[in-house]
Design a protein around this ligand. Structure first.
Ligand code: PEP
Ligand code: MN
Length: 336
């Protein structure tokens, strides 16, 4: 439930409510807006009696949240959440663009890609050092050596780094090199990993599992928020359908749907969403048209030589064209 304080409520009034919530064995989450303080009450709903809080001083209203996700809901927080990652704000007027190879393969490969995507206007560099692969025989990533390459490229180019964490035990080491921690589609349901990342002071890019329903997607975000990490960016990367001419089906419906019920930003991955490099540009534009807060795109200097996801990687030249079209569309949409 949500407790809305009167605009004249003092810090002491808010504290009285927080004490009552803690006293009932529940967790308060305070959101101080310009006009009012709103307190989310999280915990076992059976322990919550509205009257217990409604009669406290300067409580204006006590409202149940009907959705299964609470902290992620717009009922809890009306204004859009803007997540700062290195030099970019995700969720504001600007379209945030993350670009780079699927996997970190070598220092030369990452440098070459980073310089080109930076020159084209990308804000953050992506690249996996730990790779979740379908086959145990496929390239699994360079691990810590890959993280070190990303660290050196960040120092040299100033681009913030987005990279995947596959398990809790590796969260600390990945966080040393990453500006944003990626939870891959396969791990969206891994609540232990989500809980571990909630305790790390880094923004999280949460990718939707290919079979996750809308509520399951937002409930995974709820794990991060309820664990204390409010810097969450959602990512639609395609779902499994009967369609076989693309690797996945990009579910663009989810963008306006998330914006309606949640305050969290959502970006789109047209690379995994399509699996085909020639579809990346049109689906990037479609994503922006649907209101995406940004894009994450796989770029490789030589896609044919890529150790993973070459078929869906675009070249730096193609990325230049993509950015030029994105700029034109963003301007037409009143975005930056
Ligand atoms: C990736 O970003 O390279 C990746 C593995 O993505 P996903 O988890 O969405 O499949
Ligand atoms: Mn990939």
């Amino acid at each position: 439930m949500i407790i809305v304080m009167e605009s004249r409520a003092t810090d002491e009034d808010v504290q009285t409510v927080l004490d009552a919530i803690n006293g009932a064995g529940l967790q308060p989450h305070v959101s101080r807006g310009v006009e009012r303080t709103i307190i989310g009450v999280i915990g076992d709903e059976r322990l919550i009696r509205r009257e217990r809080f409604a009669l406290l001083p300067r409580v204006e209203n006590v409202i149940p949240i009907l959705k299964p996700f609470k902290l992620a809901s717009r009922e809890f927080k009306r204004e859009n959440t803007v997540v700062d990652v290195a030099n970019v704000r995700i969720g504001g007027k600007a379209v945030a663009v993350i670009a780079g190879p699927c996997s970190v393969e070598s220092e030369e490969q990452v440098f070459a890609t980073a310089e080109r995507v930076k020159a084209a206007g990308a804000h953050l560099l992506r690249g996996g050092a730990y790779k979740p692969r379908t086959s145990p025989y496929a390239f699994q990533g360079l691990g810590v050596d890959g993280l070190k390459i990303l660290g050196r490229v960040r120092d040299a180019t100033g681009l913030g780094i987005v990279t995947e964490v596959m398990e809790s035990a590796e969260a600390e080491i990945v966080a040393e090199y990453a500006d944003m921690l990626q939870v891959g589609a396969r791990n969206m349901h891994n609540s232990k990993l989500l809980r571990a990342l909630a305790r790390i002071n880094k923004p999280v890019l949460l990718k939707r599992n290919f079979s996750a329903t809308f509520n399951e997607f937002l409930m995974s975000a709820e794990y991060l928020l309820s664990g204390g990490n409010s810097r969450v960016v959602l990512c639609e990367r395609g779902i499994r359908t009967f369609v076989e001419y693309t690797r996945n089906t990009l579910d663009l419906n989810v963008i306006p749907a998330v914006h309606e019920v949640s305050h969290l930003p959502i970006i789109v991955d047209p690379s995994h969403g399509t699996g085909r490099h020639e579809l990346v540009l049109p689906m990037s534009l479609a994503a922006l048209g649907a209101g995406a807060d940004g894009l994450i795109v796989e770029v490789h200097p030589e896609p044919a030589q890529a150790l993973s996801d070459g078929e869906q990687s675009i070249t730096p030249d193609e990325f230049d064209q993509l950015m030029s079209r994105v700029r034109t569309l963003a301007a037409a949409l009143g975005r930056a």
